[in-house]
Design a protein around this ligand. Structure first.
Ligand SMILES: *Cc1c(COP(=O)(O)O)cnc(C)c1O
Length: 487
């Protein structure tokens, strides 16, 4: 790794014998370790640890932290990921000892507060989704999808319709949708998009039938477009005996405006770590609760929290598909989502969605003359440009544009997704950005469009100002080096 002067940063800094901290000599009689621990638990060799001084450790980790880009550093318009600012108060609340220090084996009567929080959070998610009851167990969006599909399967089986083995998924779907359907042992049937970016209803009409178990849909879809035919789509799937699954990973566009349940969906998952402000991106704990309609409630994973008089108790739903996660899910993520919902209130959540949508339309409006916009309609929380013009006219690819953006100090948008847009650039600003930040991003994107014309080589060799240049991304993902080993 290099800094901007081209002088390499030192990464391997261990020096034999160097120490960060020394304990004073023992001033009590020493007991031999062999007397304290059985011999088989004693280390035979010295541990292989880096030998470094305290200041070297501090600088090493501080420098590493500064090589990374995050929402706390600058703009992060990564479409489909909702990289919004996470209010610190949520972290403070989750760290309160009454939440952080309780144990999952504690008797119910000693954790009434935690159960109340889970109960209320389930109710809030039911209210937002327009559905009946929730499980908070799933640890991620994809995990919620799998859980929802298992519930679908259990429901069909209970009705003597276990033969239904097809899940319909649009071509613009998030990759986890077909993957989850495969994992739940379904056959994936793809439905194409129409000219306006929504589900092609005529194609869907031909695909639904006696084998349809359900349809998975995200609305607004990954193009950031609200499907205007959603009620017709729901009717077609329901008439064929199927269920509708709503991928609500990014619920940032609809909170307090549209309830998925009102548009015909039977199952919804929410990504608390996207919409409800838990920091994500490093693979940390998340939560993908699902909410289901009344007829599916008996199949939910258990236990769920129910209210009896003024007590909260744990109950196993009658036909539960069983547990999908140890204990109660990632509890601290639930606390943060609860704090987020309570601090915003109903009005505040609606405002979040309105602002997210206005911000995305503002960016789209100021970029659509210089980049292709395949679906020129009002967008919701995100929109998808295409770098086709830059590729055809100047030999500059979307990847080059994304890499050049790093030189401007912002994270690149999602690129090459969704798959149904050539050279896709998927931009999601979120509601937490100021107009000044949005304007700075517009200026950067406009300048890059000009550079593509006047100096395409500078884009093809970008980034120029980051600690590392272009990486072998396939190897970085497949052979990551995540821990120190003695050389
Ligand atoms: C992020 C996302 C998912 C998957 O969520 P994970 O928590 O990463 O498993 C599913 N669908 C959509 C539309 C998403 O954006």
């Amino acid at each position: 790794m290099m800094n901007k002067t081209g002088v390499p940063l030192l990464f391997e800094i261990s020096t034999p014998g160097r120490r960060g901290y020394r304990l004073p000599d023992l001033d009590v009689p020493e007991v031999p370790l062999e007397e304290l621990l059985p011999a088989e638990y004693l280390r035979q060799q010295e541990p292989e640890l880096p030998e470094v001084s305290e200041i070297e450790v501090v600088r090493h980790f501080t420098q590493l932290s500064r090589l990374n880009h995050g929402v706390d550093v600058d703009f992060y318009p990564l479409g489909s990921c909702t990289m919004k600012y996470n209010p610190r108060v949520n972290e403070d609340v989750a760290a309160l000892p009454g939440f952080a220090a309780i144990h999952p084996y504690q008797p119910e009567e000693t954790v009434q507060g935690a159960l109340e929080l889970m109960y209320n959070l389930s109710q809030y998610l039911a209210e937002l989704s327009g559905l009946h009851s929730a499980t908070l167990q799933p640890a991620a969006g994809a995990h919620g999808e799998l859980t929802g599909l298992w519930i679908m399967k259990a429901f069909h089986e209970a009705n003597g319709e276990g033969h239904r083995n097809e899940i319909i998924v649009p071509d613009s779907a998030h990759g986890t949708n077909p993957a989850s359907a495969m994992m739940a042992n379904y056959k994936v049937v793809e439905v194409p998009s129409d000219g306006r970016g929504g589900v092609d209803v005529e194609a869907l009409r031909k695909l639904v039938g006696p084998n349809t178990a359900g349809l998975m849909l995200t609305n607004p879809n990954t193009l950031g477009l609200f499907d205007e035919n959603i009620c017709t789509i729901a009717e077609l799937v329901h008439a064929a005996g199927g269920l509708l699954y709503y991928d609500g990973a990014n619920a940032n566009a609809l909170m307090g405006i549209v309830k998925p349940g009102d548009t015909g969906f039977d199952i919804v998952h929410y990504n608390l770590h996207k919409t409800f402000s838990t920091p994500h991106g490093g693979g940390g704990p998340g939560a993908g609760p699902i909410v289901v309609s009344e007829k599916l409630a008996p199949f939910l994973p258990g236990p769920i929290v129910v209210k009896q008089g003024d007590r909260y108790v744990l109950k196993q739903p009658e036909k539960s598909i069983g547990r999908v996660k140890g204990f109660y899910g990632n509890f601290s993520v639930l606390v943060k989502a609860y704090a987020y919902i309570r601090s915003h209130g109903a009005e505040g959540l609606r405002q979040v969605s309105e602002t997210a949508v206005v911000n995305a339309n503002y960016l789209m409006h100021h970029l659509k003359d210089l980049y292709d916009l395949p679906y020129n309609r009002h967008c919701k929380h995100e929109f998808v440009l295409s770098g086709r013009r830059q590729k055809e006219q100047y030999g500059v690819r979307t990847l080059d544009i994304a890499k050049r953006l790093l030189d401007y100090g912002v994270h690149a948008p999602t690129v090459y997704f969704p798959l149904n847009v050539e050279e896709a650039i998927m931009i999601e600003p979120t509601e937490t950005e100021t107009k000044e930040t949005l304007d700075r991003f517009i200026a950067a994107m406009r300048q890059i469009a000009e550079e593509a014309e006047t100096d395409p080589e500078s884009l093809r060799s970008a980034p120029h100002y980051t600690p590392v240049g272009r990486l072998d991304e396939a190897r970085a993902a497949r052979q990551p080096i995540l821990r120190w080993r003695k050389a």
